[in-house]
Design a protein around this ligand. Structure first.
Ligand code: ITT
Ligand code: NA
Length: 214
């Protein structure tokens, strides 16, 4: 059975909406390394989770990147949510007119098998993501080297551009109330509607496509 390993119920709802019976959520808090890219954190987490669970796993590391803040909070999004909080991040961005942002999601798959481990090409349909994407890609490429003889991990990346706004909506989780895409915040969308456009939906889509005919 494929396990979606997370402590975040919001992620589980979206993954189950997308993958249905193919996946079962498993709550396990794998150690998150301090790293400057989602790719590194996710790859490390997937290896650890696979060794812990002994079944094929996916882990999902995601973050909000505010363009005018050089991509902050990025890979530190969970820490910043816990410390500053979502509303204050929104206030700061509004005050400094730093409203252009994107969400990124990296899904890492590990099943212990030696398939060709390769970082996916970064989405090129998001021009403003290219600088960050290039950095992430560079570090993703060195990930295997950094972690030595470790288990192969396959990465799937999704990104979505949006705008930081005053909080609206009660759905979703995390930064969803302050992230607007095509006129609605992610918190004003159902899981299904969010998946159709979101960073996670795109990453899950790439994963699902690869998973069915691997
Ligand atoms: P796991 O690591 O256990 O999966 P987590 O909530 O700690 O759960 P991350 O480490 O990936 O997840 O942290 C992601 C941060 O970014 C966290 O603050 C989330 O609330 C936020 N985030 C991620 N995806 C999001 C989304 O789709 N909508 C809103 N916020 C999101
Ligand atoms: Na986490």
């Amino acid at each position: 059975m494929l396990r979606y390993v997370t402590t975040n119920d919001g992620k589980v709802r979206e993954a189950e909406e997308y993958l249905g019976d193919e996946v079962a959520a498993l709550e396990y808090d794998y150690p998150e390394i301090q790293a400057d890219s989602l790719e590194r954190v996710a790859a490390h987490g997937a290896r650890d989770a696979y060794e812990h669970v002994g079944e094929p796993v996916i882990v999902d590391d995601a973050g909000l990147y505010i363009d005018g803040f050089d991509g902050f909070p990025g890979p530190y999004s969970a820490y910043v949510e816990d410390t500053l909080g979502v509303e204050r991040v929104g206030d700061l961005a509004g005050r400094e007119d730093a409203t252009r942002a994107k969400f990124r999601c990296v899904i890492a798959y590990c099943d212990g098998d030696p398939f060709e481990a390769s970082p996916e090409p970064i989405d090129t349909d998001d021009r403003r993501g290219q600088d960050l994407a290039a950095e992430d890609r560079a570090s993703a490429t060195t990930d295997d080297t950094v972690t030595g003889e470790d288990l192969p991990v396959k990465l799937f990346v999704g990104a979505v551009p949006g705008r930081i706004v005053e909080p609206r909506g009660t759905g979703g989780f995390g930064y969803d109330p302050i992230f607007e895409h095509s006129g609605r915040t992610f918190a004003e969308m159902s899981a299904d509607e969010k998946n159709a456009v979101s960073h996670r939906g795109r990453a899950l889509g790439k994963f699902a496509e690869w998973f069915v005919d691997r």
